[in-house]
Every structure is written in structure tokens, then in C-alpha cells.
Design a protein around this ligand. Structure first.
Ligand code: NDP
Length: 248
């Protein structure tokens, strides 16, 4: 184990699987204690993730909360404070898609995505900030869809563009507290979320990606570790693309 982040505590939302889990494992490999969060039905998977992380020799625990629900997050953060006292690194990772063209999009498909992907960012960051008194890192998962738009994703793109504005504004508020605020904008990364993309669409996409392949959750995790580390202490308010060159 490396010890770059020894003694730090990181909270990663939606981290029982996918990119969130990879970020949790990568931070744990640097010596960081890990707080896993996911919704109640995912807790069995979350506990398995906790076991994998503990095997790396750090402290880890899973907490259920729906990040779109302020009261649910409030209860979770109270519990986390009792067990971990402080959070040094917050990764706003939880997110969903409910794709449809705007003409056909139901009200629920709009509101669910806005609530889980964007209102969650307020809930989490607002409630975790008091646990970050000695400087820290806030890293949120945006997307290239939030920078360039994507057909059938007005709801999703609106949330991911919202994260960009949030990141830039909050970085201006928290610089004096030595808290950096950055966003990661992935392109197409292998996960349950992108499993839904039809094979034909994927083949067309590969033509457009200079690297000619999808990214891995571990690629995103490596960037998150850098943004969480001391080495990135003068980087704030940035949105960093990790997309194999797709967004150029
Ligand atoms: P996954 O769908 O694999 O994982 C998302 C995680 O978030 C799941 O564990 C999910 O739990 C959890 N989650 C969903 N709703 C909530 C909620 N209300 N409260 C707490 N947790 C919740 O997605 P990825 O790992 O692919 O994506 C992670 C992030 O990266 C997302 O924000 C996504 O938008 C972003 N991103 C991903 C890209 C990709 O290509 N994969 C590209 C660009 C951005 P459950 O399974 O139980 O629903």
C-alpha cells in the first residue's frame, strides 16, 4: 500500500459498484479510510465492497442514504460524523440516466434525474462541509454530455452542466478554506450505466473516439486520486475531461 493519503477519510456517493467503487478502492490503496454510500437496496453489494476495501488495511464502512433526499443524507452524515469525525475528501459520484428525447420525456424522467444527479450535490456538499474544517477536496462527476450535450439526454446533460457551474462557483467560495473543488467529465466508461448503449451505437462511437476504445472505471479513479492528493493542491474550479479524446 502507498501511504499518500494515510489518515484521510473519503466519502464517495453511489460507490457500491461502478466508477464510485473504483474510486473508493484506488483511494484505499493510498491509505485513505473509506465511507461507502449507496441506496438501501444496494447495501448487500456495498458490504462486499467494504470487505474488499478493509482487506487493503484501511478502515471502511457503508452507509445507506438516497442522495436526492436531504433528510436521508442528514441522518447519514450524523452517523458518519460519530464514526469518522471528519471527512477530508468528498466524491459526488452517484448518478443515473433516464434517456429520452425531450418531446417524449415524462415529467418523472426529468425530475428523477435532476434530483439524483444535481440536487444531491447540494444535499451532500452542504451537509458534509461542516465535517471538513481543515481543508479538503470536493470532486464531482460531471460528463462530456454536460459540456457538449448529447441526443436524448437533455435531463442528464442539464445536471452535468449544472455540476460545472456549481464546481466553479464553490471553488471561489472555498479557496480561502484550502478546500479545492473540481469536476471530472468522463466520456464513455465501461459500467452498468453504459451497458445500456446498443452495440451498433457503440461501434459508431468507437469511430469517433481517437483512442478507439471505452475508458475503464480505473482510469477515472486514477484521476480522482490525483485530485484528492496533495499534488493537486493548487488546482481548483477545473473540469477535467477523461474521454480518450472524444470531446476535442
Ligand atoms: P453506475 O450506474 O454503474 O453506478 C451509479 C451508482 O450510483 C450505483 O451504485 C447506484 O446504485 C448509485 N445510486 C443511484 N441512485 C442513487 C441515489 N439516489 N443515492 C445514492 N446512490 C445512488 O454508474 P457509473 O459508475 O457509470 O457512473 C458514476 C458517475 O459517473 C455518475 O455520476 C455518472 O453520471 C458519471 N459518468 C459516467 C459515465 C460512464 O460512461 N459510465 C460517463 C460520464 C459520467 P444502484 O445501482 O443501486 O442504483
Amino acid at each position: 500500500m502507498d501511504t499518500k493519503l494515510k489518515g484521510k477519510n473519503a466519502l464517495i456517493t453511489g460507490s457500491s459498484r461502478g466508477i464510485g467503487k473504483s474510486i473508493a478502492l484506488a483511494l484505499a490503496k493510498e491509505g485513505c479510510n473509506i465511507v461507502i454510500n449507496d441506496i438501501t437496496p444496494a447495501m448487500e453489494e456495498a458490504e462486499k465492497t467494504v470487505d474488499e476495501i478493509k482487506a487493503l488495511g484501511v478502515n471502511a464502512e457503508a452507509f445507506a442514504a438516497d442522495v436526492s433526499d436531504y433528510e436521508s443524507v442528514e441522518k447519514m452524515v450524523t452517523e458518519i460524523q460519530k464514526k469518522f469525525q471528519k471527512i477530508d475528501i468528498l466524491v459526488n459520484n452517484a448518478g443515473i440516466t433516464k434517456d429520452r428525447t425531450l418531446k417524449k420525456m415524462a415529467k418523472e424522467e426529468w425530475y428523477d434525474v435532476i434530483n439524483i444527479n444535481l440536487n444531491s450535490i447540494y444535499n451532500m456538499t452542504h451537509l458534509v462541509l461542516p465535517l471538513m474544517p481543515d481543508g479538503g477536496r470536493i470532486i464531482s462527476l460531471s460528463s462530456i454530455a454536460g459540456l457538449g450535450g448529447n441526443f436524448g439526454q437533455t435531463n442528464y446533460s442539464a445536471t452535468k452542466a449544472g455540476i460545472v457551474g456549481f464546481t466553479k462557483s464553490l471553488s471561489k467560495e472555498l479557496g480561502k478554506n484550502k478546500i479545492t473543488v473540481n469536476a471530472i467529465a468522463p466520456g464513455f466508461i465501461k459500467s452498468k450505466m453504459t451497458e445500456k448503449i446498443p452495440v451498433m451505437v457503440l461501434e459508431q462511437l468507437m469511430e469517433l473516439i481517437p483512442m478507439k476504445e471505452m475508458g475503464l472505471p480505473e482510469d477515472v479513479a486514477d484521476l480522482a486520486v490525483f485530485l484528492a492528493s496533495e499534488q493537486s493542491k493548487y488546482i481548483t474550479g477545473q473540469v477535467i475531461r477523461i474521454d480518450g479524446g472524444l470531446g476535442m
